[in-house]
Design a protein around this ligand. Structure first.
Ligand code: SF4
Ligand code: SF4
Length: 165
C-alpha cells in the first residue's frame, strides 16, 4: 500500500503562491504606465505634411477603403495644385499603410495613436490642420527609416521589468 502524507499537496501549492508574491509585476498599469510602441507602427491616424504635399491625389487613389478625400484647385500663377481640403475617415481606415507607400513626395505618414474611440461617428473624420504633425501626433517611422531613427526605442515587457530592478 502506498504511503501518503496528507497536506503535502497544499504545502506545495502555498509555496507556489508565496513565490509569485515576490515576483516583479509582468504587466504595465495602462493607461498610467505605457510601453513605447514599435517605431514603425501603423496607428489609427495619418499625419500629413502640407508643405510637401502637391495635391497629386495618389494617396487617395491607392486607398482600398476610399478613406481619403482630397479637393484641389489649380493656381494659375504657378500652374500647380493647391490642396483645398484633405479629409481622412479613420473609421474606414484599416491602417494598411498603402497611402504612405504610394505617396511620391513623402508627404503622408502613419501616426502612432491607437486610442481613437469616439462617441460620435463624425468625430472619426480628420481634415486639413487636424492631420498635421504635433508633439501629440508624431509621425511613425513606417516606410521612413530616417524618421524611425529619431524615435524612442520600443519598450518590451522584459526590458520594462529589468529597468525597474
Ligand atoms: S492606411 Fe490604408 S486604409 Fe488607411 S487611409 Fe491609408 S490606404 Fe486607406
Ligand atoms: S500622394 Fe502625397 S503628395 Fe500626393 S496628395 Fe497624397 S499626400 Fe499629397
Amino acid at each position: 500500500m502506498k504511503f501518503e502524507r496528507y497536506g503535502i499537496g497544499i504545502a506545495r501549492g502555498m509555496m507556489v503562491t508565496f513565490k509569485h508574491l515576490f515576483r516583479h509585476p509582468t504587466v504595465s498599469q495602462y493607461p498610467e504606465q505605457r510601453l513605447n510602441m514599435s517605431r514603425r507602427t501603423r496607428g489609427n491616424e495619418l499625419i500629413w505634411n502640407n508643405v510637401k504635399c502637391t495635391g497629386c491625389v495618389t494617396c487617395a487613389k491607392s486607398c482600398p477603403q476610399g478613406a481619403i478625400h482630397i479637393e484641389t484647385t489649380v493656381d494659375p500663377a504657378t500652374n500647380k495644385y493647391n490642396v483645398l481640403k484633405i479629409e481622412v475617415d479613420t473609421g474606414y481606415c484599416i491602417q494598411c499603410g498603402l497611402c504612405v507607400e504610394a505617396c511620391p513626395y513623402e508627404a503622408i505618414y502613419m501616426g502612432y495613436s491607437v486610442e481613437r474611440a469616439k462617441y460620435r461617428r463624425g468625430e472619426l473624420v480628420q481634415a486639413n490642420e487636424m492631420l498635421l504633425a504635433s508633439p501629440d501626433r508624431p509621425a511613425s517611422g513606417y516606410m521612413n527609416p530616417h524618421i524611425a531613427r529619431e524615435l524612442p526605442r520600443q519598450t518590451l515587457l522584459v526590458e520594462k521589468i529589468v529597468e525597474k530592478r
